[in-house]
Every structure is written in C-alpha cells, then in structure tokens.
Design a protein around this ligand. Structure first.
Ligand SMILES: Cc1ncc(COP(=O)(O)O)c(C=O)c1O
Length: 439
C-alpha cells in the first residue's frame, strides 16, 4: 500500500507542477477544489482499506468538524441541501419539537433554493421577507414585521449570504423576543465570524455544504451541527433510513450495541416480541449518508480552512478595490460591522440607471474567460418550479430588493483557485469594459 500511496503523491505533484494559466486563454474559474496530493493520498488509502460506508474516518470527522460551526456535535451528510432538509425534519420529530404541518417558517425570498425547499417538502408554510441591498441578507425590519403579523411563526431559517452575516445582535433579540427556533444555513459561511463568534454557533442547528464551490470540499457532502445529543440522534435517524440505532463505527460490532440492549422489546405495539434495535424505526427516514472516502477528504481539507480563508479575504479585497473605482455603476456589498466574512464570492449589483445590463458585463467577462454567476436563484418564487404558488406581480412588488438582485446582481469568485495574477486580469478586463461603455 505504501508504494501505491507514494505513486499517487508523485503523480499529483507532477500533475500540479505542470499546471499553467494563460490570461484570456484559460478560464478564471469562479471556484474549484483546493487540493494537493494530501487529499488524494488519504482518500486512496481509505479506499484501499476496503471500508466503504461511514466508519472510523467519518467518526473522526464528525468529532473534529462541529467546532468550525461553533458547536460540539454533528453529522456528516451527502449534501448541504440534505443538511438543510434534515434541520427542518428534526423539528418534526415526536422525540423533539414535534412541529406539525403548516408550521410557519420565516425566511428570505431570495437566495439558494434548497435553503427554503424543505419548508415546502415537509409541508410547513413559508413566511417570506425581503432582503436588504447592502448585505443581501434578510431584512431585519421585515423580519420584525413578519413576527408581528404572524405571532404563530415558530422557526426562522436563512443563509448567511456569501459568508456575510446579518446584524446578529438584532437578529438574536428578535429570535428571543418572539421565541423563534433559529436554523442557520452556513453552506456559504464556513470560517466566517460575527463579534468573534463562529457563524453556526447562534442557532439551534447549522448546516454546511462541501460541494466543490464551497470553502472546503468532499466532492459532494454537507454537515448538520447540533447542540445536544437528543437532536443528534434524531438527525441521525432521519439520515439513516429512520432507524433508532445509534451505533457508530466499531460499536456496530458490539454484541449488545451502544445502547447496551440491542435485542429488546423495542416496538410498543408488539410488547412481547424481541426486536434487533438495528431494525427499529423511530422516524420516517431517508438515506442521506455520504461515504467514508469523503470523510477522508474532509479531514484533510478542514486543516486548510484557515489558509483558504486568508486567500478568499485577499481576493475579496482585490476585487473590491477594482470595482470601487466605478461607484457610478456598481453597488458593492460590504461586511456587517462586527463581522469577518470568509467570502464565498464577490457580489456586485449594477446600479439603477447604469448604461448597461448585467448580461452585458457578464457576457463580456465570460467572453474573456472569466466565470460569473448570478446571485443564485434571485427571488426564488419567480423560478419556474414555484409558478402558481404565488401571484407573480405581487411577488415582484412585495419584495423590491429581491427583484433588484434577481435582475442586476452577479458574482465573481474569491476561491483560492484564484490568485493575484487572476484578480489583476479581472481588473484589467473590468477597466476595458468600462472604457468601452464610456466612449
Ligand atoms: C446557501 C446555500 N445553501 C445550500 C446549498 C446547497 O448545498 P449542496 O450543493 O451541497 O446541496 C448551497 C449550494 O451552493 C448554498 O449556496
């Protein structure tokens, strides 16, 4: 095995040493995995060890990762979208909050669809609020108003947009005042802090994504961080077919399981029959498990988060400097006071009255091999999948800022796959675009 791993290391090092980038010929990708040979070696080692499903590596990852979201416990899952679904599912459990169908959930109307999809999937009811232009986060005045109009709202969930949190002092006051359960979508916010506290530490649960565009990657993957063991067990059940058994790794081999009573009369409706706890189902569950190899990638990647964060912040600063030369055209989105975002991307909104459209500048960048992205789905309720759920004109008029970002916001990458040579090139292309506009 050592010989094979050595060869993997040499292969990746050689491949990396041959990587070149030529401005205008090769893409400035907006994101991508920031790997060295270390990730590949650890993943291949795990594969060759022959253990495919969650095992010792996953157990280690689940122990080490939660503090990065300011929590002590958590579970590795197969995507950030699954993590968001699991957070809301956990609230439906009879063993937990037992929230019924129709429960009202306050959430911003613009962003990434799978922050809010679980609300529909579970049968809860969204109470949408608009966003604020400066940070693209949910508008806290609108949240307060929604709380007053819907005193029966029980949950608030939102994503810290591109790693930039809202005013968490005010938000936490609202959460307390209206007795809301806060769920944080930290899929884009790993490594960010507010008032020195990690994002993810504020809510009852927090989610994260390890898709390659995100701060660290396991290929696909996600995480649910929780505060207590009971919630962890509930999330585990939903992740694993609904089963009640919570044996981890080698505990699976214990004769009596980790509960100590594996063979017991577990099923209340069959009080005289002994059942194997592994086949006792406490929730109507799913299978949202990743595989062991992904945990190995995660263990290597999480050690690089600090380095990644420095590079992302540096790229954000360079792009901010470049775009702030043209305040007449671009609205730039800034960090909240007290926050230190580990920027997922660099967002730009084209100001009203600018003599060009978003599609003009994005297509110009793309024609020069610079990848751009819109602000995810924009106003999600305007997307085809949600047609018919709400009146289109009302959705546009009720949420003017969400509408503005749907049509006029885009972002460029801050990922560590982008270096100074590339941000200089972006600045040069931006200058060319503006020069052409001004003629
Ligand atoms: C804010 C937010 N939430 C959830 C997700 C979904 O994560 P995943 O792609 O891992 O399902 C994303 C993906 O980019 C996201 O940006």
């Amino acid at each position: 095995m050592d010989d094979i791993l050595k060869l993997v290391e040499e292969y990746i090092k050689e491949k990396d040493s041959k990587k070149t980038w030529v401005a205008g010929e090769d893409w400035v990708q907006y994101a991508g995995p920031y790997f060295t040979h270390e990730e590949y070696v650890r993943a291949v080692k795990t594969l060759l060890n022959g253990w495919l499903v969650l095992g010792a590596e996953a157990n280690k990852f689940e122990t080490k990762f939660p503090p990065l979201l300011g929590k002590e416990l958590g579970l590795f899952v197969n995507s950030g979208s699954s993590a968001n679904l699991l957070m809301l599912l956990a609230l439906t459990s009879k063993r937990g909050r037992n929230l019924p169908k129709g429960t009202k959930v306050i959430t911003p109307v613009a962003g990434f669809p799978t922050t809010i999809n679980p609300i529909f999937q579970i049968g809860f009811e969204p109470v949408f609020v608009d966003i604020e232009l400066d940070t693209l986060n949910l508008d806290l005045d609108a949240v307060e108003k929604a709380c007053q109009e819907h005193p029966d709202a029980k949950v608030i969930t939102f994503a810290h947009v591109l790693g930039n949190p809202p005013n968490m002092d005010r938000l936490m006051e609202i959460v307390k005042k209206y007795d809301l359960i806060l769920l944080e979508d930290c899929c884009d916010a790993l490594g960010s802090t507010y008032d020195g506290k990690k994002l993810g530490s504020f809510g009852e649960m927090a989610s994260c994504s390890f898709y390659p565009a995100h701060h660290i990657t396991t290929g696909e993957g996600g995480f649910v961080a929780v505060k207590d063991e009971q919630t962890e067990r509930i999330v585990r059940s939903f992740r694993e077919w609904g089963r009640g058994c919570y044996c981890i790794g080698k505990q699976n081999l214990l004769e009596k399981g980790s509960c100590g009573t594996r063979f017991n009369c577990w099923i209340p409706s069959l009080p005289d029959h002994v059942f194997d706890h592994k086949y006792v189902y406490e929730e109507i569950g799913y299978n949202m498990k990743p595989i062991e190899l992904q945990a190995s990638l995660g263990l290597v990647q999480m050690e690089k988060l600090e380095e990644i964060g420095l590079k992302r912040r540096e790229n954000y600063r360079s792009l901010f400097k470049a775009f702030s030369k043209y305040p007449e055209f671009f609205h730039l989105h800034t960090a909240q006071p007290k926050s230190d975002p580990d920027w997922f991307a660099f967002p730009v909104t084209i100001k009203d009255g600018a003599p060009f459209k978003r599609s003009d500048i994005c297509q110009f960048f793309e024609s020069k091999m610079i990848q751009t992205r819109p602000y995810f789905a924009g106003n999600i309720m305007l997307q085809p999948a949600y047609e018919g759920l709400h009146d289109k004109d009302e959705v546009i008029s009720k949420f003017p800022i969400a509408h503005k970002v749907t049509t006029d916001t885009f972002f460029l990458g801050t990922s560590p796959v982008i270096n100074k040579e590339k941000t200089d090139y972006i600045e040069y292309i931006l200058d060319c675009f503006v020069a052409a506009i001004r003629i």
